[in-house]
Design a protein around this ligand. Structure first.
Ligand code: N01
Length: 549
């Protein structure tokens, strides 16, 4: 517990020093604001600090999983892999923190436990878990979309005699699974990455799968010097393409629909896409996969056949082949020899869909029919309380003591994903209903938007707070709902998609992402500014000056 009883006042406080937090901190510095960044970890990185499990790697290509705001940074930084692993991304963010001298404004091991708006003073009062207190005029939670780990509360875990851990809180020193019997619960993007790595090391691995995914081969490879040079020379075009592509990836449209092609042509294109790997398999093949069910089925059938071809035991292949949702109905993971892992002698796949996990025993995992798997280590790859969890896990109170949990009891509502009614001068980076996309480029645009909003407030003598209106939030909610309904993604509701909040029992389902493409999102954000900050209410409260209070 800190013994410091003074409260430091800042113009702005940023919560989180990951991709979003560092970028918005740079924006605040550019505005000349007195700001502080509070980071729960002992280093920068956000999800890339915590998610140290073996196999952790980006699913975006390295050359666009980075910042674009500084040309020199782009020129000097050398990515070595197509898909960088966790240490490489963490190293990049450390490089950024040093290069832009951001550490001087970061308090590490400062986990925000509460944030309360003081309406009389017009400021936010922030407290950390170890008792440090701060006040600020602008509060910018930048916890990221996938920060709050989620684990099903199986009874009996306290009595379990083995070791258990969640992938998103992997110890820095790692764990030794050699000679051990291990169970992995969960086969989302994380499970898919950790399973082949653990399989190689442990004595025996049991994978407990509830919903199989369409896992696309990543085809990671080291970048050659020629590739690195070409990327740097092409950067302007690459970023321009990211602004146009639906998910902020530098992938041009396929310019063809499945319906224009013969089955032979479709298969040839899919084979090529499969060899290219990554999300290019989805976006470089056809333009109708995500929107047209018939097109989706062609691609899904192709993946199911690939699974049957790779996995030697037909019964295992059938368990792995998804049949209850369309491809992209849930976020498809990229695999690094994922299906091949099931050909190992030491790996067993257990379906827990019809026969769910009931409890944890002293020795392992017990299913509803009484089957027990005795294991030495249980790895929970069970995901996150996405988007809202980073905020609802803290005691966040806006005007009139309104808690964020109450405000969002019927589902999270925002205006352009950045602001929510009842919480003045709170700007979320990455809040609910922002685009589902390659994160870093979108974080840059939102940071810039937040910077413009704060500048607007700072320059006005007539008001000093802004707050989203209910009408604007209703309209945005309708907009994001209409967008998702035009895709195959809505069908993911009954398969526990975290993109809809459906992975957490009891969480109100509401569309958590804007699925209209980043270009349309950027246009909406710009329109708010062009229309005189439409959808926001401005007020004047007591003036506040920087310095200790
Ligand atoms: O989490 P998930 P994740 N019994 O929610 C299962 C990003 N990410 O951490 O599908 C049994 O997708 C659950 O089963 P089901 C990426 O955006 C990025 O894997 O709900 N199983 C599912 O299999 C990704 O989409 C990278 O039926 C239970 C798993 O746990 C997002 O993070 C790498 C269960 C959870 O999967 C989340 O991925 C990794 C139960 N009671 C992650 N409860 C990059 O490459 C849950 N499950 C950048």
């Amino acid at each position: 517990m800190s013994t410091d009883t003074t409260t430091d006042h800042y113009d702005a406080i940023v919560m989180g020093a990951g991709f979003g937090g560092l970028r918005v901190s740079i924006e605040l510095g550019r505005l000349g604001l007195n700001y502080r960044t509070l980071e729960a970890g002992s280093g920068v990185g956000g999800v890339w600090f915590w998610n140290r499990y073996p196999g952790a790697r980006t699913d975006s290509e390295s050359w666009v999983y980075c910042y674009q705001f500084d040309k020199d940074l782009l020129d000097e930084y050398q990515w070595t892999d197509r898909f960088p692993n966790q240490p490489q991304v963490e190293a990049y963010l450390n490089h950024v923190a040093d290069r832009f001298d951001l550490r001087k404004n970061i308090d590490f091991e400062a986990e925000v436990s509460s944030a309360e708006y003081d309406e009389d003073e017009g400021l936010w009062r922030i407290t950390t878990a170890d008792g440090r207190t701060y006040t600020c005029k602008y509060f910018i939670p930048a916890g990221g979309p996938l920060t709050a780990s989620w684990r099903p509360s199986f009874p009996g875990l306290d009595d379990y005699q083995g070791q258990w851990l969640h992938t998103s809180r992997w110890p820095k020193e790692g764990i030794d699974v050699r000679g051990k019997r291990v169970a992995v619960i969960g086969t989302g993007a994380t499970g898919v990455q950790v399973i082949p790595e653990v399989a190689r090391e442990c004595e025996h691995l049991t994978v407990l799968q509830r919903t199989p995914n369409y896992v696309i081969p990543a085809r990671n490879h080291p970048l050659t010097a020629d590739e690195q040079r070409a990327i740097k020379m092409d950067y302007d075009k690459i970023w321009a393409r990211c602004r146009e592509q639906f998910f902020a990836m530098p992938i041009p449209p396929a310019n063809r629909m499945t319906s224009d092609l013969t089955p032979q042509e479709q298969q040839r294109i899919l084979e090529r896409g499969w060899e290219t790997g990554g999300f290019r398999f989805i976006f470089e093949t056809f333009d109708d996969t995500i929107a047209v069910p018939e097109a989706n089925k062609i691609v899904a059938d192709f993946v199911r056949e690939k699974i049957r071809a790779i996995v030697h035991v037909p019964e295992t292949a059938e368990k792995l082949a998804p049949k209850d949702h369309p491809i992209a109905g849930k976020r498809p993971p990229l695999g690094h020899y994922y299906y091949e892992a099931y050909n190992r002698e030491n790996v067993d796949l257990v379906s827990v869909k019809e026969n769910p996990i009931e409890r944890i025993s002293e020795k392992g995992i017990v299913l509803a029919d009484g089957t027990e798997f005795e294991v030495d280590v249980i790895i929970f790859a069970t995901g996150f309380d996405a988007l809202t969890g980073a905020l609802t896990k803290i005691d966040l109170r806006g005007r009139d003591g309104l808690t964020i949990k109450d405000a969002w009891a019927d589902g999270a509502q925002t205006h352009i994903g950045v602001a929510t009614k009842g919480f003045p001068n709170l700007f979320m980076l990455f809040g609910p209903q922002t685009p589902f996309a390659n994160f870093p480029p979108v974080a840059e645009d939102i940071s810039s938007w937040i910077g413009q909003a704060i500048k607007h407030l700072e320059e006005s003598p007539d008001f000093d707070t802004m707050e989203a209106t209910q009408e604007a939030m209703d309209a945005w909610n309708q907009h994001v709902t209409d967008l998702v309904n035009a895709t195959v993604i809505a069908q993911g509701t009954d398969v526990h998609s975290w993109m809809l909040g459906a992975n957490i029992p009891g969480k109100t389902h509401r569309v958590l992402f804007h699925f209209g493409g980043v270009a349309s999102f950027y246009d909406s954000c710009q329109k708010v500014i062009d229309d005189g900050w439409s959808g926001f209410e401005f007020r004047q409260v007591a003036p506040v000056t920087a310095g200790a209070v």
